[in-house]
Write a protein that binds this ligand. Structure first.
Ligand code: FE2
Length: 197
């Protein structure tokens, strides 16, 4: 399979000023595209070219000789997820079903938010923070570099990119401010809820 860059569901200017057009130009058009180009080069004429993206991620994660494949495949998957987790005028009130599940597993939306932002702040260096289903229970976690929670047998339902390329243009070194804005003004909660099923 040859992978290609997915179109965004919104205009690149539509998330401004929370996330600028310049950031999306670079992040979607350059960084994400580069992961896809690298991935296609890595798997060309190999058995992995017949696998789905998820199969490539799971199998390369277990194989130390496939780190290059894993990093680029996982970053491709993570970015597809990340773009869908945002929408123009996002954030705000969660849909009822998701809110009930968050309340059941974290006690409150505020507690969930606190844990999610704390995970994002405390990830040292590049990585991701996640809300995932772990055996049916919602959990917050963070992962370094290209890793995600798929390889930990969880189902990721919300992803936030913590690489500097995601926020440096708009927030410089202020990752906590980026995380707060992502949570309150960008998250597409309907998409997150749809991943519960
Ligand atoms: Fe990224």
């Amino acid at each position: 399979m040859n992978f290609s860059l997915p179109k965004l569901d919104y205009q690149k200017s539509a998330l401004a000023p929370i996330m600028s057009e310049e950031t999306l130009d670079l992040h979607h058009g350059k960084h994400h595209q580069t992961y896809i180009t690298n991935l296609n080069n890595f798997i060309k004429d190999t058995e992995m070219s017949k696998m789905s993206l998820e199969e490539i991620i799971i199998s390369s994660a277990k194989d130390k000789s496939k780190t290059g494949v894993f990093n680029n495949a996982s970053q491709h998957w993570n970015h597809i997820m990340f773009w869908k987790c945002m929408k123009p005028n996002g954030g705000g009130t969660m849909p009822e079903k998701l809110k009930k599940r968050i309340n059941a597993d974290f006690g409150s939306v505020d507690e969930f938010k606190k844990q999610f932002i704390q995970a994002g702040i405390t990830q040292f260096g590049s990585g991701w923070c996640w809300l995932s289903l772990d055996n049916g229970k919602l959990v917050v976690s963070k992962t370094p570099n290209a890793e995600n929670t798929l390889i930990k047998n969880m189902k990721p339902i919300l992803a936030c990119d913590l690489w500097e390329h995601s926020y440096y243009v708009d927030y410089r070194n202020r990752r906590p401010e980026y995380l707060e804005n992502f949570f309150e003004k960008l998250i597409n909660w309907e998409f997150v809820e749809s991943n519960l099923d």
